[in-house]
Design a protein around this ligand. Structure first.
Ligand code: SAM
Length: 329
């Protein structure tokens, strides 16, 4: 099992399939994009499938989330999901995506065994979408969401990052939209993971501010906190429920004590925390002929060294060298 020195067990695996993205969200990367990983450095589909299999069949992984970069850009995505669904015990399989291309791929992904999706949507305004992501693709995202819902990739969850002076006034309209469509909205505090290192605490819209804005328009009551477990989102019933909204206060309300996540980057590095400054190279081991036992051993050692918390509030905090897009959010 993947247990750290504080007794936390990693059961939720986030696998980044590519560091490339077709949007340029300002909280993630600069408008010109980044130097993408050269193809030979990316894990192949077979390598990804092998590692996922080791995680599920030997190391107690029960949930696999594919992410990126933009995972829909990975040509072998359907093949990778199909192979993941064949491992036993069958893990829950989900995808974090910006939704571009999901209108076409939702059906094949559901057939392959994908259980649900998280779609990122920060605005309902086309001009703000362009300002925020440097691409004019809002209709594609909304079509992707609708397709996911239609083929049953439910609950369809929506991730929103609010930014001061950009989309901070959209908390209420976004929640109304999601309630109307039957999607479950989660607001995420902006974290210091942008490639430009432009994050500033005073510009972050905090969980308290988000709740303040929502409370003006809806009646929010805390959903059974005993049920939260390792989930990053604090959940609230909206107007008595059953529909809910979540707030992920990664910075101001950290949940590291209950963290059950471990990540593999698109180039095969194990990261035991989003904010880790050290990684363990499974790709070199894979390509050097390591056995499944060797790989499992390295992976366990990587998790054992996980720190107690992300330390954003620590004066000695250092932003990781990898931006979010190259880690896998
Ligand atoms: N491209 C996919 C997408 O847009 O969902 C998957 C990768 S993206 C890095 C995953 C999630 O991380 C998105 O919901 C995005 O909004 C979020 N994200 C990216 N940078 C962030 C930051 N600096 N702070 C908080 N969330 C961030």
């Amino acid at each position: 099992m993947l247990v750290d020195s504080f007794g936390r067990m990693a059961t939720d695996l986030r696998v980044s399939l590519t560091d490339r993205c077709n949007l340029r969200c300002t909280y993630c990367m600069p408008p010109e994009g980044l130097d993408w990983l050269p193809k030979p450095e990316l894990l192949t589909a077979d390598e990804i499938i092998r590692l996922v299999g080791i995680g599920v069949e030997r190391l107690g992984i029960t949930e696999v989330r594919f992410t990126g970069g933009e995972p829909l850009l990975r040509r072998e995505l359907v093949e990778i999901v199909t192979a993941t669904a064949a491992f036993g015990p069958r893990p829950q399989i989900s995808l974090t995506t910006n939704g571009i291309g999901l209108a076409r791929l939702a059906g094949p992904l559901a057939e392959a065994g994908l259980d649900r999706v998280n779609v990122s949507l920060d605005t309902l305004d086309a001009a703000t979408f362009v300002r925020l992501s440097h691409r004019d693709r809002l209709p594609d995202v909304l079509a992707g969401l609708a397709a996911a819902d239609r083929v049953g990739l439910r609950p369809v969850k929506v991730n929103t990052v609010l930014m001061r002076g950009v989309n901070e006034d959209e908390a209420v309209p976004l929640l109304r939209y999601c309630l109307d469509k039957g999607y479950e909205l989660r607001f995420i505090e902006q974290m210091p993971l942008d490639a430009q290192h432009g994050w500033q605490r005073e510009n972050m819209i905090t969980a308290d501010e988000i709740l303040g804005r929502l409370n003006g328009a809806f009646e929010l009551t805390e959903d059974d906190p005993g049920e939260r477990g390792s989930a990053p989102a604090e959940l609230f019933l909206v107007d008595g429920g059953p529909q809910r909204v979540g707030v992920i206060g990664s910075v101001t309300r950290p949940f590291c004590g209950a963290c059950d996540r471990v990540r593999i980057t698109a180039d095969g590095q194990v990261r035991n925390c989003l904010f880790a400054t050290e990684e363990s190279d499974l790709r070199a081991a894979l390509r050097g002929g390591a056995t499944d036992d060797d790989l499992a051993e390295r992976w366990m050692a990587a998790v054992r060294g996980k720190k107690a918390g992300h330390g954003i509030d620590d004066p000695a905090f250092l932003q990781p060298a990898r931006p979010m897009s190259a880690i896998g959010g």
